[in-house]
Each structure stands twice: as structure tokens, then as C-alpha cells.
Design a protein around this ligand. Structure first.
Ligand code: NAD
Length: 257
């Protein structure tokens, strides 16, 4: 069976993906802050390297697929650390373990929030890999309620761009590894529980994130797409940001393709 690594496996989309793959007979090594095979804090450099060390040990040095799902949506600097640097470190750190797979695959969870307002300075710092600068900028944004939300959107925009820039390089496509992202709309998980708790809150949220096709989705909906992108069947889908958002991208970006 294939061996997959999933970060954020203790909750929401990561948990649903782990359960789906296990039902299909795959071996899954889950990683998260708690309640998983591997415990690692992706907000720090030490946590990121301990993830790689632990996965190398538990897997025996060979894996088939990486699912970088872990993320935070609080208006705090750690959100940029986990969502961008944690995700990139997961993908780059675990990539060498894909070397002996017959069908190596990698996918990361971005967000349709990348289409909302972002902070140019933070996006530039993330994109150039300047973690110290990005953290300092995020601390400034976190101080004001009006700018705190820019941290999440900026982290996801930088992550989507990272996938666009990396996917076709020697390290990924050149090594036979499809690298893609998914960009979910509103998904019912603990992350959105408060935002979707009442009919009123849901209506307000869907005004911001229009989802004309079937509205708010369950985590399994995203899990099935992630599983396909990382399956043996995916031989040519590469460098895409696949919006799984009930149509919000089509509403918001219209003719942009
Ligand atoms: P969730 O909160 O249920 O799960 C996120 C998981 O990430 C948690 O188990 C958490 O412990 C883990 N995590 C957070 N910080 C971590 C750290 N420092 N180190 C290791 N693990 C850490 O949320 P979810 O909705 O399942 O989110 C999964 C991904 O989907 C995230 O990247 C999120 O940004 C993205 N996303 C979610 C939605 C949505 O509507 N729920 C929409 C778009 C994108």
C-alpha cells in the first residue's frame, strides 16, 4: 500500500483525509500538535525539522505522498509561520523521502481567501523566504483589528504563488512529482465553527464568500479531491490551484483564468 504523510491530521480536512485514505487501505502517518503519530509544531524551525526526522524514522525512509494541510486562521503572526513557512518546510523537507516511490505526489491546502485583500509587504517577504521580516511585519498587522485578517489571506496568496513557481522546476516536475494546491471555500470544520454557528452568521459569511453551488461543504469533499490529486491516477495535473469553493472563484474573478 501507499504511505502518505498528512499534516494537520488531528482535525478538520486533515483528519477527514486521513480517515478516507485509511478506509482505502493506505498507510497514513499523521502529524499535528497533538493526537497523531508524529507530534510537531510547524510554527518553529525546530518543529519543522523534528517533523522530517520523525517521519523518516516512522516511515523507514520512503513515502509516496505528502499532504500539507495544517493551518491557522487567527489574526496573529504565527498564522504566517504555520501557513507559509510550515507548509513549505513540510513539502521541501519531506520531498527527499519521495525519491523511491513509483508514484510520488504532493499537495498543499491554500484557500480562496488568497483572492481577498492582502498586505503587499508581507506577501513579498513570504515569497522571498524572509521569515524574520515576515514575522515582524505580521506582528504589526496583528496589532490592529482592521489589518489582522490580512495575515491569513497574505499567507495563502504567497503559498499559492509558491506552488505556481515551484511545480514546473527540476525539484518537482523534473523529479516526476506532481505538486498542486487546493483552495477551499467555506468548509465545515472546527476552524469555521464559530463563523457558521448560526443561520445569521452563515448568511453573512456566504455574502463574503459566495458559494452558489451547494453552499458550505463538509471536510470529506476536500479530502476526496486531495486524495485524487495525490493518487497514482494523477499523472499530468501539475502546478494548479484547484478551487473547491462552490463557485466563489468564478463569481469573484470572472474572466481571469
Ligand atoms: P482545523 O483547525 O480543523 O485543522 C487544522 C489543524 O492544523 C489542527 O489540527 C491544528 O492543530 C493543526 N495545526 C495548527 N497549527 C499547527 C502547528 N503549529 N503545527 C502543527 N499543526 C498545526 O482547520 P481545517 O479547516 O481543517 O483547516 C485545514 C486547512 O484548510 C488549513 O490550512 C486551512 O487554512 C485550510 N482552509 C480551511 C478552510 C475552511 O473553511 N475550513 C477554507 C480554506 C482553507
Amino acid at each position: 500500500p501507499r504511505t502518505s504523510v498528512i499534516t494537520g491530521a488531528a482535525s478538520g480536512i486533515g483528519k477527514a483525509t486521513k480517515e478516507l485514505l485509511e478506509q482505502r487501505g493506505e498507510r497514513v502517518i499523521g502529524a499535528d500538535l497533538h493526537d497523531t503519530e508524529v507530534v510537531a509544531d510547524l510554527s518553529t524551525a525546530e518543529g519543522r525539522s523534528s517533523l522530517v526526522d520523525a517521519v523518516r524514522k516512522v516511515s523507514g525512509g520512503r513515502i509516496d505522498a505528502i499532504y500539507a494541510v495544517a493551518g491557522l486562521d487567527f489574526p496573529i503572526a504565527a498564522t504566517a509561520a504555520v501557513n507559509f513557512f510550515g507548509a513549505v518546510a513540510t513539502l521541501e523537507g519531506l520531498r527527499p523521502l519521495l525519491k523511491d516511490s513509483d508514484a510520488p505526489r504532493a499537495v498543499v491546502v491554500s484557500s480562496m481567501a488568497a483572492l481577498f485583500a492582502t498586505d503587499d509587504e508581507l506577501v513579498a517577504q513570504l515569497t522571498t523566504g524572509d521569515e524574520a521580516g515576515a514575522m515582524a511585519r505580521a506582528e504589526v498587522l496583528a496589532k490592529e483589528p482592521t489589518t489582522g485578517g490580512l495575515i491569513y489571506c497574505s499567507s495563502k496568496l504567497a503559498l499559492s504563488r509558491w506552488v505556481r513557481r515551484q511545480a514546473a522546476t527540476e525539484a518537482w516536475a523534473g523529479a516526476g512529482i506532481p505538486l498542486n494546491a487546493v483552495a477551499p471555500g467555506v468548509i465545515a470544520t472546527p476552524m469555521t465553527a464559530e463563523l457558521t454557528a448560526t443561520e445569521e452568521a452563515r448568511t453573512a459569511l456566504l455574502k463574503q464568500v459566495p458559494m452558489p453551488l451547494n453552499g458550505i461543504a463538509d471536510a470529506i469533499v476536500v479530502a476526496r479531491l486531495l486524495a485524487w490529486l495525490n493518487s497514482v491516477e494523477n499523472t499530468h495535473l501539475c502546478g494548479q490551484i484547484v478551487y473547491i469553493d462552490g463557485g466563489s472563484d468564478a463569481v469573484m474573478r470572472g474572466d481571469s483564468v
